[in-house]
Design a protein around this ligand. Structure first.
Ligand code: XMP
Ligand code: MG
Length: 178
C-alpha cells in the first residue's frame, strides 16, 4: 500500500489504475450494448469527470457525441436553497439520448437539482453514468444507471478528483487515511 500527501492530508491506495481501466472498459461495453444505433450524446461534468469521460469515450465502439459543461451553484436570492446552472451547454437536447458523465455522486444534491433543467429540453432519454458512488452519503433521490464503483463515505482523490485543486493528475484513486 502506498501513501501520498496532498496539501495537509495523507491518502492511501484505494483503486489501482488497472482496476479503474478494466471497469471503465466494462462500462463502455455495457453502454454500447444499450445504445446501439442511438448515437447518444454524453454530457461530461467538469472539472472532475474529464479523465473518466476521456477513457470511457476511447473505449466506446459505437457512434456517439460528447460535450462538456460546468455546473455553478448559487445561494439563491430567496431562502429556498441552492440553484444549479450550467455553463457551456450549447447543444439542443430535444429528442436526443443523453448520458451524463460524473466523477462522483456523493449526496446527490448537484445532479438532483440539475436534472430538471435538462429534462426541460425534452431529450428522448436521460441517464447517468458515474465512476464513483457513495451510497451511504446519497440523500437526494437519483437514479444512477451506470456505476463504476460503489465506495465508502471517505474522501477520495486522483483520476480527475481533487483535494483543494490538487491530485487530479494521479492515475490511481486514493482515499483519506483514517
Ligand atoms: P453531491 O453531494 O452533489 O456532490 O453528489 C458531488 C460533488 O462533490 C464533490 N465530491 C468529491 N470530490 N473527492 C472529491 O475530490 C470526494 O471524495 C468527493 N465527494 C464529493 C465532487 O466535486 C462531486 O462532483
Ligand atoms: Mg465534480
Amino acid at each position: 500500500m502506498s501513501v501520498i500527501q496532498v496539501h495537509d492530508k495523507k491518502f492511501e491506495t484505494f483503486l489501482s489504475e488497472d482496476v479503474i481501466q478494466k471497469r471503465i472498459a466494462e462500462l463502455a461495453i455495457e453502454i454500447a450494448r444499450d445504445y446501439t444505433d442511438k448515437k447518444p450524446l454524453f454530457i461530461a461534468i467538469l472539472n472532475g469527470s474529464f479523465m473518466f469521460a476521456a477513457d470511457l469515450f476511447k473505449h466506446l465502439q459505437i457512434e456517439a457525441e460528447i460535450c462538456f459543461i460546468k455546473l455553478a451553484s448559487y445561494k439563491g436570492m430567496k431562502s429556498s436553497g441552492k440553484v444549479v446552472t450550467s455553463i457551456g451547454l450549447e447543444e439542443d437536447l430535444f429528442g436526443k439520448d443523453v448520458i451524463i458523465l460524473e466523477d462522483i455522486v456523493d449526496t446527490g444534491k448537484t445532479l438532483h437539482h440539475f436534472l430538471p433543467k435538462l429534462e426541460h429540453q425534452q431529450p428522448r432519454s436521460l441517464k447517468i453514468a458515474t465512476l464513483l458512488h457513495k451510497p451511504a452519503a446519497t440523500k437526494f433521490p437519483l437514479t444512477l444507471d451506470y456505476i463504476g464503483f460503489s465506495i465508502p463515505e471517505k474522501f477520495v482523490v486522483g483520476y480527475g478528483l481533487d483535494y483543494d485543486g490538487l491530485g487530479r493528475n494521479i492515475k490511481e484513486i486514493y482515499q483519506l487515511s483514517s
